[in-house]
Design a protein around this ligand. Structure first.
Ligand SMILES: Nc1nc2c(ncn2[C@@H]2O[C@H](COP(=O)(O)OP(=O)(O)OP(=O)(O)O)[C@@H](O)[C@H]2O)c(=O)[nH]1
Length: 308
């Protein structure tokens, strides 16, 4: 192996001297307690603080997580971005912020797998730990799934952003909402109709948020795969990581045969979600990055099956 010749002959002062050179000073006199029991617990001050708070907590907490998937790879380690909160009454100054990450680390050490059952348990336990009636946990993570070229069968990895939100309240129990943000291809029906050749197309971001029924069984149904299918099966074409020429021809022709406006996408995805028996309410949005404009096209729909 070749060794690189490094000419590092500079005589540097020791590290503690370097810190002094750059402004570090000796510690001053210490007057405040160092024992936890003797420290002021400001956040636990009890008096009238004027307003109840809907939510207090921490957000943008990044942590490695394990998830299961019905699509390959079936077990994944990915990075979750968490938001933890609970309400607090006007009689309390603040929450105990350290307890959120304390519980997260405890679950991590017990092999925290992010499924709905475990998140529900986590949220209820969090409420108890915070001595509150309610708690809310939301986690967003990139979910990976294998995708093969339609002709060559050559595989690669795609990803979509999955979100799970669990709310717990002592009096009303759990509320569970799941979301998926996936990517599709759309081809403009108007452009196809009016042009002698071709049609311009878009890369669309479809976001689906769904309130699941209480009897939803995650061991029977992978909600991530179901939402992905609702968005991709209604697109002009799916997105692929690997495409050989015969694949590219197939995807291009499929898009031309299935033109879609942004409005068409949200209505067709809404129809699929409407048909899923474990979906109680849903929100669908699509944002299309236009290839002939600098702006994006958007459409949204919400629907509550319990309000029919
Ligand atoms: N409530 C609150 N705490 C904050 C905030 N920003 C930082 N913190 C800090 O979070 C730190 C740890 O909070 P706690 O969980 O209350 O710590 P603790 O009282 O030692 O923990 P427990 O033993 O669980 O009661 C405190 O030192 C707070 O200063 C804030 O905006 N609100």
């Amino acid at each position: 192996m070749n060794q690189t010749n490094i000419n590092a002959n500079k005589q540097l002062p020791p590290k503690h001297e370097r810190h002094k050179m750059f402004g570090s000073v000796p510690a001053g006199p210490r007057t405040k307690p160092v024992e936890k029991e003797q420290m002021v617990d400001l956040q636990n001050t009890k008096k009238d603080f004027l307003f109840d708070l809907d939510a207090v907590g921490i957000t943008n907490v990044k942590h490695p997580i394990k998830i299961n998937s019905s699509m390959k790879p079936e077990i994944q380690t990915t990075i979750g971005t968490f938001r933890f909160s609970s309400s607090i009454g006007k009689g309390s100054k603040g929450t105990n912020m350290s307890r959120f990450t304390e519980q997260l680390d405890q679950y991590h050490n017990e092999g925290f797998a992010i499924d709905l059952e475990t998140l529900k348990r986590f949220t209820k336990e969090l409420a108890a730990r915070l001595k509150q009636k309610d708690a809310e946990v939301e986690v967003t993570y990139p979910w990976f799934f294998e995708r093969k070229g339609p002709f060559s069968d050559l595989a690669g990895m795609n990803h979509a952003d999955a979100t799970m939100k669990v709310q717990y309240h002592e009096d009303t129990g759990y509320d569970v909402e799941v979301s998926l943000k996936g990517t599709i291809t759309t081809l403009c029906p108007c452009s196809k109709e009016i042009s002698e050749y071709s049609a311009h197309n878009q890369r669309g971001q479809v976001t689906m948020s769904v309130k699941l029924t209480d009897d939803f069984d995650e061991n029977q149904t992978d909600w991530k795969a179901a939402l992905l299918e609702a968005s991709e099966s209604n697109a002009s074409a799916r997105i692929h990581p690997v495409l050989k020429r015969p694949d590219e021809k197939a995807v291009t022709e499929q898009a031309y045969e299935n033109p879609r406006f942004v409005e068409d996408i949200v209505r067709l995805v809404a129809a699929d979600l409407y048909e899923l028996p474990y979906v109680e309410k849903f929100y669908v949005s699509c944002q299309n990055e236009e290839s002939i404009h600098l702006h994006d096209a958007i459409a949204e729909v919400t629907y509550d099956k319990t309000q029919e």
